[in-house]
Design a protein around this ligand. Sequence first.
Ligand code: SF4
Length: 54
Amino acid sequence: MPKCEECRKFFSLEEDPKKGDCVQRVVDPRQAYYKAKPVTAEKDAAKCESFEKK
Ligand code: SF4
């Protein structure tokens, strides 16, 4: 089962590598930007459509 820590979009926190941010690039017709949300390294990534293996 893949976990967020195996995903390219996971960036762990320096002070606690078990926590991090999921950073995704969002492109809409007028602009592209990054969206970040807090996730844990152990979070199940099996159901995530944006999972990308490192
Ligand atoms: S939530 Fe999805 S895109 Fe974000 S780090 Fe986890 S597996 Fe990757």
